[in-house]
Design a protein around this ligand. Structure first.
Ligand SMILES: C[S@@+](CC[C@H](N)C(=O)[O-])C[C@H]1O[C@@H](n2cnc3c(N)ncnc32)[C@H](O)[C@@H]1O
Length: 312
């Protein structure tokens, strides 16, 4: 695989879940909210009919540049965050779509390009922004966050037991000089974490936490799900691939909450049958990659795919 490639996770399963081949759906409009390097997008295009369309989004300018190389007239890509999904789709003159795919997390080119600062495996500036055209880098945030804020982010987004010790060590390190490099941070964390998880660098959880925080990943996810619902046609499909339990919990709870009848307006005595009907139907059980896929692509190992259908 070239350095600029991304091996798509649950490729067939995710695109099958969009049910593009069924009846008139092949000529519908689909959204790939996380283009990356277009593994899923290309398979969607293969399955689309001549009048179908695929609108892709990515917040990363290098992903958008890769997308612009696709010359298929049924395809368009927009540099946007998926929290801007609804306005992005409406700006294309589209009222409703037949399916939305969201493949969360970072792409391999983001992880593997040392200059992006996502990985502690090579020494690089501590950036971690998926969209390098705006926002605050991890180094800038670490320079001005309080010890309590650092502890909370590392604990919550990294599910890290040693968050307190790590935050303390970072604050002590920055008093000696700014923490601006990935290796420097990994060394500070490594020295602060006393026990080792087998097969895991002690800095893994802290790097995950900072990445989630810098990119506001959980807020983005909470914002995109209701927008996806609002642009889907009845029978439209919502397909989400998550890579850790914090993301999957948000997706699971969203689908669950919308698969139940709505709340009765306060003080109105309504029978169960009179409650607002559910807006979504959860389809099947959450799907995980096969052992074969994980062996071929270890980055797939924590993936979970959930699918829901919008009700009429
Ligand atoms: C796992 S990769 C997607 C890979 C893609 N499905 C493929 O087959 O190549 C995730 C992509 O989503 C983008 N992304 C993550 N969060 C985003 C957000 N809130 N808005 C837009 N794009 C986002 C990242 O920049 C990255 O390119």
């Amino acid at each position: 695989m070239s350095a600029d490639a991304h091996q798509p996770v649950l490729l067939n399963e995710a695109v099958d879940a969009l049910a593009i081949g069924e009846a008139a759906r092949a000529n519908g409009v689909y959204v790939d909210a996380t283009f990356g390097r277009g593994g899923h997008a290309r398979l969607i295009l293969d399955r689309l009919g001549p009048h179908g369309r695929l609108i892709a989004l990515d917040r990363d300018a290098s992903a958008v540049a890769a997308g612009r190389l696709i010359t298929d007239p049924r395809f368009a890509i927009v540099h946007a965050r998926f929290s801007e999904l609804e306005e992005t789709i409406r700006a294309q003159g589209i009222a409703a779509v037949a399916g939305v795919l969201i493949d969360l997390g970072v792409s391999s080119p983001q992880l593997d390009d040392p200059e992006r600062g996502f990985s502690f495996r090579c020494d690089a500036p501590l950036d971690m922004r998926m969209d390098q055209t705006r926002g605050v880098t991890a180094a800038e945030w670490l320079a001005r966050a309080s010890e309590a804020e650092i502890r909370e982010v590392v604990r919550r987004h990294g599910e890290e037991r040693f968050a307190k010790q790590i935050a303390k060590a970072i604050v002590a390190a920055r008093e000696r000089g700014p923490v601006t490099r990935t290796r420097q941070l990994a060394d500070v964390v490594g020295a602060a974490v006393r026990t080792r998880e087998p097969g895991k660098d002690p800095a893994t959880r802290t790097f995950q936490a900072l990445r989630i925080h810098v990119n506001q990943e959980l807020e983005e996810l909470s914002l995109v799900l209701p927008q996806a619902m609002s642009i889907l046609t009845p029978e439209g499909r919502l397909v989400v691939i998550s890579f850790h339990s914090l993301e999957d919990r948000i997706v699971k709870n969203f689908i669950r909450a919308n698969a139940r009848p709505g709340e009765a307006p306060e003080r109105l005595p309504l029978r169960a049958a009179e409650l607002p009907p559910p807006r979504l139907r959860s389809l099947g059980r959450p799907l995980r990659p096969s052992a074969g896929e994980i062996a071929a692509n270890p980055r797939a190992r924590s993936a979970v795919l959930r699918v829901a259908e919008k009700l009429g």
